[in-house]
Design a binder for this molecule. Structure first.
Ligand code: FAD
Length: 316
């Protein structure tokens, strides 16, 4: 079932979450161990992230170093199929532009359709670590909007490579939004213009980047509505749970921690202190969002569902 249909049917705020494929070589049981504790809260869909290649140097003959590409977390599509099979819940694979030609994308979408997957979250992907700006694959897409257009074209029966009408796909397309602005955007106004293009091109709902200050989300929704973005905007939350998150989350996700939270974090001496505070903050954030009537709250588990469980048991 499509994410937008779940939202349309819902009488209350929905619960959903996102997982990462396990590191290469780990069993799928590690995924189930993360999902099992959250099933009692009846998620309507589970997102599975997509991770492209990273480059590492490997020692070859005579000590020569060779640059090789590895994918540390492959398996997004297979995991989606396994989740749907085991839990009878909708899985939403993330689809990215990076590393994909249009033909690769078309073939990936055909696989998803065969597996009975109704949803995709269409993203550009970040630049890889060895590049300063995002570079599309040969004959690939530069921006998420182009990927969205390709999926939408297939939904209309127009495939990229065969200029003939084929059986249409029927994917519900989601897109990413940034309450604190995407880090490359000149300003919020241009970022919103491009977000509107994604919606006008076929994105039926938006999932936000994680944030810790609800006011940023409320302001973002208001600005979206003001420029004519009228689709559901699902807030994305991540409980802060470790000392190392304090510098990492703002740096990696280009977000701010509000003063009240950062003042409390400064008093934390151990991971356990941070975890307790993070859960409490997540509960308060979620309660306020739920009271405001958001369509769904989407939690980033980053492969560890224990904090999300603590929050969900207070809310769902
Ligand atoms: P876009 O919408 O293409 O925007 C990228 C930048 O280009 C923005 O600054 C925007 O303002 C600008 N822009 C957009 N369109 C145009 C245009 N036509 N002309 C000029 N400028 C334009 N990454 C992964 O690799 N795997 C994942 O699984 C993953 N999951 C994510 C899930 C969520 C909910 C979110 C919020 C992010 C996720 N990301 C993931 C990260 C995402 O790929 C990065 O944030 C990436 O840098 C931008 O992706 P996007 O789809 O928002 O890009």
């Amino acid at each position: 079932m499509k994410v937008v249909d779940h939202i349309a049917e819902a009488k209350d705020t929905l619960f959903s979450f996102e997982i990462l494929p396990p590191l290469k070589g780990k069993s799928i049981q590690s995924i189930y161990n993360g999902i099992d504790p959250l099933m009692e809260f009846k998620p309507k869909f589970v997102n599975v992230t997509y991770h492209r290649e990273e480059y590492v140097y490997k020692e070859r003959d005579k000590g020569l170093l060779e640059k090789v590409a590895i994918r540390k977390r492959p398996g997004t599509v297979g995991i989606c199929a396994a989740i749907m099979n085991k839990y009878h819940v909708d899985a939403v694979p993330h689809l990215i532009c990076g590393g994909f030609s249009k033909e690769d994308t078309e073939n990936a979408l055909i696989d998803l359709q065969f597996l009975g997957i109704d949803n995709v979250l269409a993203l550009r992907g970040d630049p890889i670590k060895t590049e300063s700006t995002f570079r599309p694959a040969k004959n690939g897409h530069k921006y998420a909007v182009e990927l969205i257009k390709q999926v939408q074209q297939m939904n209309e029966g127009n495939y990229t490579l065969d200029e003939i009408k084929l059986e249409p796909t029927d994917f519900c397309i989601g897109a990413a939004g940034y309450p604190e602005k995407h880090f490359e955007a000149m300003n919020m106004a241009t970022d919103l213009q491009y977000l509107k293009q994604k919606v006008d091109s076929g994105a039926e709902y938006i999932v936000t980047q994680l944030f810790f200050d609800n006011q940023k989300y409320f302001d973002f929704v208001k600005r979206c509505r003001a420029v004519g973005i009228n689709v559901p905007i699902i807030p994305g939350l991540k409980p802060i749970s470790k000392l190392r998150h304090i510098p990492f989350l703002p740096k990696f996700f280009h977000i701010d921690l509000p003063d009240t939270l950062s003042n409390e974090l400064l008093k934390c001496k151990s991971n356990e202190d941070v975890r307790e505070l993070g859960i409490e903050w997540g509960i308060q954030q979620s309660k306020e969002l739920k009271e405001a009537g958001v369509p769904c709250i989407h939690y980033y588990t980053m492969s560890d569902s224990s904090e999300v469980k603590e929050i969900a048991r207070e809310l769902f």
